[in-house]
Design a binder for this molecule. Structure first.
Ligand code: C2O
Length: 544
Protein backbone atom coordinates (compact mmCIF):
# COMPACT_ATOMS: atom_id res chain seq x y z
CA UNK A 1 0.00 0.00 0.00
CA UNK A 2 1.15 3.51 -0.79
CA UNK A 3 0.59 7.05 0.41
CA UNK A 4 -0.98 9.16 -2.32
CA UNK A 5 -0.73 12.90 -1.78
CA UNK A 6 -2.46 15.77 -3.59
CA UNK A 7 -2.79 19.52 -3.16
CA UNK A 8 -6.02 21.27 -4.07
CA UNK A 9 -5.84 24.99 -4.63
CA UNK A 10 -9.42 26.21 -4.76
CA UNK A 11 -9.84 29.56 -6.49
CA UNK A 12 -12.24 31.62 -8.52
CA UNK A 13 -11.52 31.92 -12.21
CA UNK A 14 -13.33 33.00 -15.32
CA UNK A 15 -14.74 30.20 -17.41
CA UNK A 16 -16.02 30.66 -20.94
CA UNK A 17 -18.90 28.55 -22.20
CA UNK A 18 -22.11 28.96 -24.21
CA UNK A 19 -21.03 32.38 -25.54
CA UNK A 20 -20.64 33.62 -21.98
CA UNK A 21 -17.98 34.43 -19.43
CA UNK A 22 -18.69 33.25 -15.96
CA UNK A 23 -16.76 33.40 -12.69
CA UNK A 24 -16.59 29.90 -11.24
CA UNK A 25 -14.81 28.24 -8.34
CA UNK A 26 -12.46 25.49 -9.44
CA UNK A 27 -9.74 23.22 -8.09
CA UNK A 28 -6.24 23.65 -9.55
CA UNK A 29 -7.70 25.73 -12.36
CA UNK A 30 -9.58 22.89 -14.02
CA UNK A 31 -13.15 21.76 -14.57
CA UNK A 32 -13.68 18.95 -13.69
CA UNK A 33 -10.99 19.08 -11.03
CA UNK A 34 -8.05 16.67 -10.78
CA UNK A 35 -8.64 12.92 -11.04
CA UNK A 36 -7.38 11.08 -7.96
CA UNK A 37 -6.13 7.54 -8.54
CA UNK A 38 -5.41 5.18 -5.66
CA UNK A 39 -5.25 1.47 -5.11
CA UNK A 40 -7.35 -0.25 -2.49
CA UNK A 41 -5.43 -0.15 0.78
CA UNK A 42 -3.66 3.15 0.05
CA UNK A 43 -3.67 6.19 2.30
CA UNK A 44 -4.91 9.34 0.59
CA UNK A 45 -3.80 12.76 1.80
CA UNK A 46 -5.26 15.89 0.21
CA UNK A 47 -4.16 19.35 1.30
CA UNK A 48 -7.00 21.76 0.54
CA UNK A 49 -6.09 25.45 0.29
CA UNK A 50 -9.18 27.63 0.18
CA UNK A 51 -8.27 30.66 -1.92
CA UNK A 52 -11.89 31.19 -2.95
CA UNK A 53 -14.15 33.83 -1.37
CA UNK A 54 -16.51 31.12 -0.06
CA UNK A 55 -16.57 28.73 2.87
CA UNK A 56 -15.46 25.33 1.64
CA UNK A 57 -15.46 21.66 2.54
CA UNK A 58 -14.66 18.65 0.36
CA UNK A 59 -16.52 15.33 0.62
CA UNK A 60 -15.11 12.03 -0.66
CA UNK A 61 -18.39 10.65 -1.88
CA UNK A 62 -18.78 6.94 -1.09
CA UNK A 63 -15.56 6.50 0.88
CA UNK A 64 -16.22 4.44 4.02
CA UNK A 65 -13.98 6.68 6.20
CA UNK A 66 -13.44 3.84 8.65
CA UNK A 67 -12.47 5.59 11.91
CA UNK A 68 -11.71 8.73 9.90
CA UNK A 69 -15.05 10.55 10.04
CA UNK A 70 -13.13 13.82 10.53
CA UNK A 71 -12.26 13.62 6.83
CA UNK A 72 -15.77 12.95 5.51
CA UNK A 73 -16.46 16.60 4.79
CA UNK A 74 -20.18 17.55 4.86
CA UNK A 75 -20.39 21.11 6.14
CA UNK A 76 -21.35 21.32 9.85
CA UNK A 77 -21.97 17.59 9.98
CA UNK A 78 -18.38 16.37 10.35
CA UNK A 79 -16.50 19.67 10.25
CA UNK A 80 -16.80 23.43 10.30
CA UNK A 81 -15.97 24.91 6.89
CA UNK A 82 -12.50 25.88 5.73
CA UNK A 83 -12.84 29.64 5.66
CA UNK A 84 -11.36 31.75 2.87
CA UNK A 85 -7.59 31.92 3.27
CA UNK A 86 -7.40 28.75 5.38
CA UNK A 87 -6.42 25.15 4.72
CA UNK A 88 -7.29 21.69 5.94
CA UNK A 89 -5.69 18.34 5.21
CA UNK A 90 -7.99 15.40 4.56
CA UNK A 91 -6.31 12.12 5.39
CA UNK A 92 -7.86 8.67 5.21
CA UNK A 93 -7.32 5.10 4.26
CA UNK A 94 -9.15 3.74 1.23
CA UNK A 95 -10.05 0.21 2.16
CA UNK A 96 -12.52 -2.58 1.32
CA UNK A 97 -13.87 -0.88 -1.78
CA UNK A 98 -12.86 -0.70 -5.45
CA UNK A 99 -14.25 1.11 -8.44
CA UNK A 100 -15.31 4.65 -9.14
CA UNK A 101 -16.12 7.27 -6.57
CA UNK A 102 -15.78 11.02 -6.72
CA UNK A 103 -15.10 14.05 -4.60
CA UNK A 104 -17.09 17.27 -4.42
CA UNK A 105 -17.55 20.40 -2.37
CA UNK A 106 -20.14 19.79 0.36
CA UNK A 107 -21.20 23.30 1.25
CA UNK A 108 -23.85 25.47 -0.41
CA UNK A 109 -23.99 24.77 -4.12
CA UNK A 110 -20.26 24.86 -4.81
CA UNK A 111 -20.16 21.30 -6.06
CA UNK A 112 -21.48 22.60 -9.39
CA UNK A 113 -17.86 23.29 -10.31
CA UNK A 114 -15.82 21.80 -7.46
CA UNK A 115 -15.77 18.08 -8.27
CA UNK A 116 -13.62 15.36 -9.72
CA UNK A 117 -13.15 11.60 -10.04
CA UNK A 118 -11.73 9.34 -7.32
CA UNK A 119 -10.68 6.04 -8.82
CA UNK A 120 -9.83 3.02 -6.69
CA UNK A 121 -8.03 0.23 -8.51
CA UNK A 122 -7.28 -3.18 -6.98
CA UNK A 123 -4.09 -3.62 -4.94
CA UNK A 124 -1.09 -4.51 -6.99
CA UNK A 125 -1.20 -8.22 -7.74
CA UNK A 126 -5.01 -8.22 -7.52
CA UNK A 127 -7.30 -8.26 -10.55
CA UNK A 128 -10.61 -6.93 -11.64
CA UNK A 129 -13.37 -9.56 -11.58
CA UNK A 130 -13.70 -9.00 -15.35
CA UNK A 131 -11.26 -9.05 -18.30
CA UNK A 132 -8.67 -6.32 -17.98
CA UNK A 133 -9.70 -3.33 -20.10
CA UNK A 134 -7.22 -1.85 -22.57
CA UNK A 135 -7.83 1.63 -21.20
CA UNK A 136 -9.78 3.37 -18.45
CA UNK A 137 -11.58 6.66 -18.96
CA UNK A 138 -13.47 8.82 -16.44
CA UNK A 139 -16.70 10.27 -17.85
CA UNK A 140 -17.99 13.04 -15.60
CA UNK A 141 -21.49 14.29 -16.30
CA UNK A 142 -22.14 17.79 -14.99
CA UNK A 143 -24.26 20.89 -15.33
CA UNK A 144 -23.38 24.45 -16.31
CA UNK A 145 -25.12 27.71 -15.55
CA UNK A 146 -24.71 31.05 -17.31
CA UNK A 147 -24.81 32.61 -13.85
CA UNK A 148 -23.03 32.41 -10.54
CA UNK A 149 -24.39 29.29 -8.86
CA UNK A 150 -23.99 30.67 -5.34
CA UNK A 151 -26.03 33.75 -6.27
CA UNK A 152 -28.69 31.51 -7.82
CA UNK A 153 -28.94 29.38 -4.72
CA UNK A 154 -29.10 32.40 -2.43
CA UNK A 155 -31.89 33.88 -4.56
CA UNK A 156 -33.82 30.61 -4.50
CA UNK A 157 -33.46 30.25 -0.74
CA UNK A 158 -34.45 33.90 -0.18
CA UNK A 159 -37.57 33.67 -2.31
CA UNK A 160 -38.55 30.13 -1.36
CA UNK A 161 -38.66 29.22 -5.02
CA UNK A 162 -36.87 26.45 -6.91
CA UNK A 163 -33.46 27.44 -8.31
CA UNK A 164 -33.05 28.22 -12.00
CA UNK A 165 -32.43 25.29 -14.32
CA UNK A 166 -28.93 24.83 -15.65
CA UNK A 167 -28.18 26.05 -19.17
CA UNK A 168 -26.27 22.97 -20.29
CA UNK A 169 -25.24 19.49 -19.32
CA UNK A 170 -21.59 18.64 -19.76
CA UNK A 171 -19.38 15.61 -20.38
CA UNK A 172 -15.95 16.05 -18.81
CA UNK A 173 -16.71 19.75 -18.42
CA UNK A 174 -17.72 20.30 -22.06
CA UNK A 175 -21.28 20.96 -23.23
CA UNK A 176 -20.88 19.52 -26.72
CA UNK A 177 -21.97 20.70 -30.11
CA UNK A 178 -25.71 20.98 -29.55
CA UNK A 179 -25.24 24.18 -27.53
CA UNK A 180 -24.45 27.68 -28.75
CA UNK A 181 -20.76 28.54 -29.18
CA UNK A 182 -19.84 24.97 -28.23
CA UNK A 183 -18.94 23.49 -31.60
CA UNK A 184 -15.41 22.88 -30.41
CA UNK A 185 -16.21 22.37 -26.75
CA UNK A 186 -16.81 18.70 -27.16
CA UNK A 187 -15.07 15.80 -25.48
CA UNK A 188 -13.55 13.27 -27.88
CA UNK A 189 -12.59 9.72 -26.97
CA UNK A 190 -10.36 7.99 -29.52
CA UNK A 191 -10.78 4.23 -29.62
CA UNK A 192 -9.16 1.42 -31.51
CA UNK A 193 -11.28 -1.21 -33.21
CA UNK A 194 -11.44 -4.40 -31.12
CA UNK A 195 -10.20 -2.86 -27.87
CA UNK A 196 -12.16 -2.66 -24.63
CA UNK A 197 -12.54 0.47 -22.51
CA UNK A 198 -13.61 0.85 -18.90
CA UNK A 199 -15.74 3.99 -18.74
CA UNK A 200 -16.14 5.31 -15.23
CA UNK A 201 -19.35 7.32 -15.44
CA UNK A 202 -20.02 9.80 -12.64
CA UNK A 203 -23.21 11.81 -12.33
CA UNK A 204 -21.96 15.07 -10.85
CA UNK A 205 -25.02 17.01 -12.00
CA UNK A 206 -26.79 19.02 -9.32
CA UNK A 207 -30.44 18.52 -9.92
CA UNK A 208 -30.95 16.01 -12.72
CA UNK A 209 -30.90 12.30 -13.27
CA UNK A 210 -29.51 11.43 -16.68
CA UNK A 211 -29.75 8.84 -19.43
CA UNK A 212 -26.43 7.98 -21.08
CA UNK A 213 -26.10 6.21 -24.41
CA UNK A 214 -23.48 5.48 -27.04
CA UNK A 215 -24.78 5.11 -30.60
CA UNK A 216 -24.86 1.49 -31.83
CA UNK A 217 -22.83 0.18 -28.86
CA UNK A 218 -23.81 -2.03 -25.98
CA UNK A 219 -22.37 -1.36 -22.55
CA UNK A 220 -21.68 -3.92 -19.82
CA UNK A 221 -22.16 -2.57 -16.30
CA UNK A 222 -19.52 -4.08 -13.99
CA UNK A 223 -19.79 -1.82 -10.93
CA UNK A 224 -21.92 0.88 -9.37
CA UNK A 225 -20.86 3.18 -6.53
CA UNK A 226 -17.53 1.33 -6.23
CA UNK A 227 -19.15 -2.05 -5.65
CA UNK A 228 -18.91 -4.76 -8.32
CA UNK A 229 -22.07 -5.94 -10.04
CA UNK A 230 -22.98 -9.04 -11.97
CA UNK A 231 -22.11 -7.99 -15.55
CA UNK A 232 -25.24 -6.40 -17.00
CA UNK A 233 -25.54 -5.67 -20.70
CA UNK A 234 -27.56 -2.61 -21.65
CA UNK A 235 -27.82 0.03 -24.34
CA UNK A 236 -28.67 2.77 -21.83
CA UNK A 237 -27.29 3.77 -18.44
CA UNK A 238 -29.49 5.71 -16.03
CA UNK A 239 -27.77 7.62 -13.29
CA UNK A 240 -28.86 9.95 -10.51
CA UNK A 241 -26.76 12.71 -8.94
CA UNK A 242 -24.18 11.08 -6.72
CA UNK A 243 -24.16 7.72 -8.48
CA UNK A 244 -21.33 6.16 -10.43
CA UNK A 245 -21.58 3.43 -13.08
CA UNK A 246 -18.59 1.52 -14.45
CA UNK A 247 -19.15 0.07 -17.89
CA UNK A 248 -17.07 -1.97 -20.28
CA UNK A 249 -17.28 -0.76 -23.86
CA UNK A 250 -15.84 -2.80 -26.67
CA UNK A 251 -15.13 -0.98 -29.91
CA UNK A 252 -16.83 -3.70 -31.92
CA UNK A 253 -18.72 -1.61 -34.49
CA UNK A 254 -17.62 -0.62 -37.98
CA UNK A 255 -14.76 1.89 -37.92
CA UNK A 256 -16.55 5.21 -37.69
CA UNK A 257 -17.62 7.99 -35.41
CA UNK A 258 -20.38 7.74 -32.80
CA UNK A 259 -21.90 10.17 -30.35
CA UNK A 260 -22.11 9.41 -26.66
CA UNK A 261 -24.91 11.49 -25.20
CA UNK A 262 -26.56 12.34 -21.90
CA UNK A 263 -30.08 13.73 -21.56
CA UNK A 264 -32.33 14.26 -18.55
CA UNK A 265 -34.55 11.69 -16.87
CA UNK A 266 -37.18 13.94 -15.29
CA UNK A 267 -39.29 11.56 -13.23
CA UNK A 268 -41.80 14.12 -12.10
CA UNK A 269 -44.34 15.72 -14.41
CA UNK A 270 -44.57 19.45 -13.86
CA UNK A 271 -41.16 19.89 -12.25
CA UNK A 272 -39.05 22.24 -14.39
CA UNK A 273 -35.76 20.92 -15.70
CA UNK A 274 -33.19 21.71 -18.35
CA UNK A 275 -34.39 19.78 -21.37
CA UNK A 276 -31.26 19.59 -23.48
CA UNK A 277 -28.67 17.03 -24.52
CA UNK A 278 -24.93 17.01 -24.09
CA UNK A 279 -22.79 14.86 -26.30
CA UNK A 280 -19.25 13.71 -26.86
CA UNK A 281 -17.62 11.80 -29.70
CA UNK A 282 -16.40 8.23 -29.74
CA UNK A 283 -14.03 8.24 -32.69
CA UNK A 284 -12.52 5.03 -34.07
CA UNK A 285 -8.97 5.31 -35.27
CA UNK A 286 -8.96 5.55 -39.02
CA UNK A 287 -12.51 6.84 -39.23
CA UNK A 288 -13.26 9.18 -42.09
CA UNK A 289 -16.90 9.75 -41.15
CA UNK A 290 -17.87 13.40 -41.37
CA UNK A 291 -20.90 13.20 -39.09
CA UNK A 292 -21.02 10.93 -36.07
CA UNK A 293 -24.04 8.68 -35.58
CA UNK A 294 -26.40 9.91 -32.86
CA UNK A 295 -28.09 7.52 -30.40
CA UNK A 296 -31.84 7.75 -29.94
CA UNK A 297 -32.30 9.06 -26.40
CA UNK A 298 -35.20 7.90 -24.17
CA UNK A 299 -38.02 10.36 -23.58
CA UNK A 300 -37.34 12.61 -20.59
CA UNK A 301 -40.15 10.96 -18.60
CA UNK A 302 -39.23 7.37 -19.49
CA UNK A 303 -39.63 5.91 -16.01
CA UNK A 304 -39.98 2.29 -17.27
CA UNK A 305 -36.49 2.47 -18.81
CA UNK A 306 -35.06 4.04 -15.66
CA UNK A 307 -36.75 1.49 -13.41
CA UNK A 308 -35.67 -1.44 -15.55
CA UNK A 309 -32.04 -0.35 -15.40
CA UNK A 310 -32.01 0.51 -11.70
CA UNK A 311 -33.85 -2.58 -10.52
CA UNK A 312 -32.12 -5.16 -12.74
CA UNK A 313 -28.65 -4.59 -11.31
CA UNK A 314 -27.37 -7.21 -8.88
CA UNK A 315 -24.25 -7.37 -6.76
CA UNK A 316 -21.32 -9.63 -7.55
CA UNK A 317 -21.87 -12.04 -4.65
CA UNK A 318 -18.58 -13.60 -3.62
CA UNK A 319 -16.57 -11.06 -5.63
CA UNK A 320 -13.88 -8.77 -4.21
CA UNK A 321 -15.09 -6.94 -1.07
CA UNK A 322 -18.55 -8.49 -1.34
CA UNK A 323 -20.40 -8.29 1.97
CA UNK A 324 -23.23 -10.78 2.56
CA UNK A 325 -26.60 -9.28 3.45
CA UNK A 326 -27.10 -9.11 7.22
CA UNK A 327 -29.91 -11.54 8.09
CA UNK A 328 -30.63 -10.28 11.57
CA UNK A 329 -32.06 -6.76 11.84
CA UNK A 330 -31.60 -4.68 14.99
CA UNK A 331 -33.31 -1.51 13.82
CA UNK A 332 -36.35 -1.35 11.57
CA UNK A 333 -36.95 2.11 10.15
CA UNK A 334 -39.59 3.46 7.81
CA UNK A 335 -38.64 6.86 6.45
CA UNK A 336 -40.78 9.09 4.27
CA UNK A 337 -38.87 11.27 1.83
CA UNK A 338 -40.35 14.16 -0.05
CA UNK A 339 -41.03 17.80 -0.59
CA UNK A 340 -43.26 20.04 1.44
CA UNK A 341 -43.85 23.67 2.26
CA UNK A 342 -42.93 26.17 4.87
CA UNK A 343 -44.59 29.44 5.83
CA UNK A 344 -42.76 32.50 4.58
CA UNK A 345 -40.83 34.60 7.04
CA UNK A 346 -41.92 38.19 7.59
CA UNK A 347 -39.59 39.93 5.19
CA UNK A 348 -39.23 37.25 2.54
CA UNK A 349 -40.58 37.94 -0.92
CA UNK A 350 -42.24 34.60 -1.27
CA UNK A 351 -42.29 33.13 -4.73
CA UNK A 352 -42.80 29.47 -3.90
CA UNK A 353 -46.07 27.56 -4.39
CA UNK A 354 -49.18 29.18 -2.78
CA UNK A 355 -47.14 32.11 -1.41
CA UNK A 356 -45.12 29.68 0.65
CA UNK A 357 -41.59 28.37 0.49
CA UNK A 358 -40.35 25.01 -0.68
CA UNK A 359 -39.25 22.74 2.09
CA UNK A 360 -38.54 19.01 2.37
CA UNK A 361 -38.43 16.38 5.07
CA UNK A 362 -37.76 12.87 6.24
CA UNK A 363 -40.36 11.51 8.66
CA UNK A 364 -41.77 14.99 9.06
CA UNK A 365 -38.46 16.41 10.29
CA UNK A 366 -36.99 19.06 8.02
CA UNK A 367 -33.27 18.88 8.65
CA UNK A 368 -31.55 22.02 9.82
CA UNK A 369 -27.81 22.30 9.72
CA UNK A 370 -26.24 23.35 13.04
CA UNK A 371 -24.37 26.66 13.07
CA UNK A 372 -22.03 26.81 16.05
CA UNK A 373 -20.28 23.44 16.05
CA UNK A 374 -20.22 20.41 13.76
CA UNK A 375 -22.26 17.40 14.82
CA UNK A 376 -19.20 15.16 14.86
CA UNK A 377 -17.43 17.51 17.28
CA UNK A 378 -20.57 17.56 19.43
CA UNK A 379 -20.53 13.73 19.37
CA UNK A 380 -16.84 13.41 20.20
CA UNK A 381 -16.66 16.13 22.89
CA UNK A 382 -20.11 15.40 24.30
CA UNK A 383 -21.48 18.85 23.65
CA UNK A 384 -25.23 19.11 24.22
CA UNK A 385 -27.62 21.27 22.20
CA UNK A 386 -26.16 20.72 18.73
CA UNK A 387 -28.45 17.83 17.75
CA UNK A 388 -31.23 15.82 19.35
CA UNK A 389 -31.43 12.02 19.34
CA UNK A 390 -35.12 11.95 18.45
CA UNK A 391 -35.28 11.23 14.73
CA UNK A 392 -38.32 8.94 14.57
CA UNK A 393 -38.21 5.32 13.37
CA UNK A 394 -41.54 5.86 11.63
CA UNK A 395 -43.50 8.80 10.26
CA UNK A 396 -45.73 10.39 12.92
CA UNK A 397 -48.98 9.31 11.31
CA UNK A 398 -50.62 5.95 10.93
CA UNK A 399 -51.29 4.66 7.46
CA UNK A 400 -53.60 2.09 6.12
CA UNK A 401 -51.15 0.55 3.69
CA UNK A 402 -53.77 -1.23 1.69
CA UNK A 403 -56.28 1.54 1.12
CA UNK A 404 -55.03 5.05 1.47
CA UNK A 405 -52.33 6.78 -0.40
CA UNK A 406 -49.74 7.15 2.32
CA UNK A 407 -47.90 9.57 0.23
CA UNK A 408 -50.71 12.11 0.29
CA UNK A 409 -51.07 12.46 4.02
CA UNK A 410 -51.34 16.22 4.38
CA UNK A 411 -50.16 16.24 7.99
CA UNK A 412 -46.65 15.76 6.56
CA UNK A 413 -46.79 18.82 4.34
CA UNK A 414 -45.51 21.34 6.87
CA UNK A 415 -42.62 19.63 8.64
CA UNK A 416 -41.01 21.37 11.62
CA UNK A 417 -37.28 22.06 11.45
CA UNK A 418 -35.02 19.84 13.51
CA UNK A 419 -31.44 18.71 13.79
CA UNK A 420 -32.46 15.25 14.84
CA UNK A 421 -30.46 12.06 14.53
CA UNK A 422 -30.99 8.35 14.94
CA UNK A 423 -28.49 6.91 17.43
CA UNK A 424 -27.20 3.44 16.59
CA UNK A 425 -25.21 0.98 18.64
CA UNK A 426 -21.88 0.03 17.17
CA UNK A 427 -22.25 -2.87 14.73
CA UNK A 428 -26.05 -2.82 14.75
CA UNK A 429 -27.88 -3.71 11.57
CA UNK A 430 -30.43 -1.34 10.12
CA UNK A 431 -33.19 -1.86 7.59
CA UNK A 432 -34.84 1.20 6.13
CA UNK A 433 -37.94 1.37 4.00
CA UNK A 434 -37.62 4.63 2.07
CA UNK A 435 -41.06 5.77 0.99
CA UNK A 436 -41.56 8.67 -1.37
CA UNK A 437 -44.35 11.04 -0.53
CA UNK A 438 -46.53 12.95 -2.96
CA UNK A 439 -47.39 15.94 -0.83
CA UNK A 440 -46.29 18.58 -3.28
CA UNK A 441 -44.77 16.60 -6.11
CA UNK A 442 -43.66 13.08 -6.78
CA UNK A 443 -40.10 12.65 -7.90
CA UNK A 444 -37.32 10.05 -7.89
CA UNK A 445 -35.10 11.10 -4.98
CA UNK A 446 -31.49 9.86 -5.06
CA UNK A 447 -30.89 9.22 -1.35
CA UNK A 448 -27.22 9.07 -0.38
CA UNK A 449 -25.82 7.60 2.84
CA UNK A 450 -22.37 8.70 3.99
CA UNK A 451 -19.90 6.25 5.47
CA UNK A 452 -21.53 3.01 4.34
CA UNK A 453 -22.67 0.98 1.38
CA UNK A 454 -26.08 -0.55 1.79
CA UNK A 455 -27.72 -3.48 0.06
CA UNK A 456 -30.76 -2.60 -2.03
CA UNK A 457 -33.20 -5.41 -1.25
CA UNK A 458 -36.12 -4.29 -3.40
CA UNK A 459 -37.82 -1.28 -4.93
CA UNK A 460 -41.21 -0.59 -6.41
CA UNK A 461 -43.99 1.87 -7.09
CA UNK A 462 -46.86 2.97 -4.91
CA UNK A 463 -46.89 2.30 -1.18
CA UNK A 464 -44.59 -0.19 0.47
CA UNK A 465 -46.68 -3.15 1.44
CA UNK A 466 -45.45 -4.85 4.63
CA UNK A 467 -46.98 -8.17 3.57
CA UNK A 468 -46.13 -8.43 -0.11
CA UNK A 469 -43.09 -6.18 -0.63
CA UNK A 470 -40.76 -8.33 1.51
CA UNK A 471 -41.51 -11.25 -0.81
CA UNK A 472 -39.49 -9.37 -3.43
CA UNK A 473 -36.39 -8.96 -1.24
CA UNK A 474 -33.17 -10.15 -2.82
CA UNK A 475 -31.08 -11.41 0.09
CA UNK A 476 -28.68 -13.37 -2.12
CA UNK A 477 -27.00 -10.92 -4.48
CA UNK A 478 -28.58 -7.47 -4.14
CA UNK A 479 -26.68 -4.49 -5.51
CA UNK A 480 -24.58 -2.56 -3.01
CA UNK A 481 -24.62 1.21 -3.34
CA UNK A 482 -24.21 4.46 -1.48
CA UNK A 483 -26.99 6.27 -3.39
CA UNK A 484 -30.41 4.82 -4.20
CA UNK A 485 -32.92 6.44 -6.51
CA UNK A 486 -36.18 5.90 -4.65
CA UNK A 487 -38.62 5.36 -7.54
CA UNK A 488 -40.97 8.21 -8.32
CA UNK A 489 -44.08 7.72 -6.16
CA UNK A 490 -42.54 4.52 -4.84
CA UNK A 491 -40.30 2.89 -2.27
CA UNK A 492 -36.98 1.14 -1.80
CA UNK A 493 -35.64 -1.04 1.00
CA UNK A 494 -32.01 -0.86 2.09
CA UNK A 495 -29.98 -2.63 4.75
CA UNK A 496 -26.57 -1.88 6.26
CA UNK A 497 -24.37 -2.60 9.25
CA UNK A 498 -23.41 0.40 11.37
CA UNK A 499 -19.81 -0.67 11.92
CA UNK A 500 -18.20 2.75 11.86
CA UNK A 501 -18.48 5.16 14.81
CA UNK A 502 -19.22 8.79 13.99
CA UNK A 503 -21.89 10.98 12.47
CA UNK A 504 -23.12 9.91 9.05
CA UNK A 505 -25.29 12.12 6.93
CA UNK A 506 -28.12 10.72 4.81
CA UNK A 507 -29.71 13.07 2.30
CA UNK A 508 -31.19 13.59 -1.12
CA UNK A 509 -28.44 14.25 -3.65
CA UNK A 510 -30.61 16.60 -5.69
CA UNK A 511 -28.62 19.62 -4.58
CA UNK A 512 -31.40 21.99 -3.62
CA UNK A 513 -33.26 19.37 -1.58
CA UNK A 514 -30.49 19.52 1.01
CA UNK A 515 -30.99 23.13 2.17
CA UNK A 516 -34.74 22.42 1.97
CA UNK A 517 -34.23 19.77 4.66
CA UNK A 518 -34.39 16.36 2.93
CA UNK A 519 -31.81 14.88 5.26
CA UNK A 520 -31.08 13.25 8.57
CA UNK A 521 -28.03 11.73 10.23
CA UNK A 522 -27.01 8.58 12.03
CA UNK A 523 -24.87 8.81 15.12
CA UNK A 524 -23.03 5.51 15.47
CA UNK A 525 -21.65 5.01 18.96
CA UNK A 526 -18.15 3.82 19.66
CA UNK A 527 -17.57 0.11 19.99
CA UNK A 528 -15.77 -1.66 22.83
CA UNK A 529 -12.21 -1.67 21.43
CA UNK A 530 -9.71 0.93 20.18
CA UNK A 531 -10.35 -0.55 16.72
CA UNK A 532 -13.98 0.51 17.02
CA UNK A 533 -13.51 3.95 18.59
CA UNK A 534 -13.35 7.25 16.72
CA UNK A 535 -9.92 8.82 17.32
CA UNK A 536 -9.64 12.52 18.24
CA UNK A 537 -9.82 15.13 15.46
CA UNK A 538 -6.68 16.18 13.61
CA UNK A 539 -5.07 19.34 14.98
CA UNK A 540 -5.94 21.39 11.91
CA UNK A 541 -9.69 20.63 11.92
CA UNK A 542 -11.28 23.98 10.99
CA UNK A 543 -12.83 26.00 13.80
CA UNK A 544 -16.26 27.57 13.53
CU1 C2O B 1 -22.11 13.37 -2.56
CU2 C2O B 1 -23.48 14.23 1.16
O1 C2O B 1 -22.82 13.87 -0.70
Amino acid sequence: AAIVEHSFEVKNLTGRKLCNEQVITAVNGSLPGPTIRVREGDILIVHVYNKSPYNLTIHWHGIFQKLSGWADGPNMITQCPIMPGNKYTYKFKVINQEGTLWWHAHVSTLRATVYGALIIRPRSGQRYPFPKPDREVPILLGEWWNANVIDLENQALATGNAPANSDAYTINGRPGDLYNCSQNQIYKLKVEKGKTYLLRIINAALNNQLFFKIANHKMTVVAVDAAYTTPYVTDVVVTGPGMTTDILLTADQPVGSYYMAASPYASAPGVPFNNSTTRAILAYEGSTAATPIMPLMPATNDTPTAHKFYSNLTGLAGGPHWVPVPRHIDEHMFITVGLGLEACGTNATCQGPNQQRFSASMNNHSFQQPTSLSMLQAFFFNVAGIYTPNFPDKPPVKFDYTNTNLSNNASLLFAPKATSVKVLKYNSTVQIVLQNTALLAVENHPIHLHGFNFHVLAQGFGNYDPVNSPKKFNLVNPQERNTIGVPVGGWAVIRFRANNPGVWFMHCHLDVHLPWGLATAFVVKNGPTPGSTLPPPPADLPKC
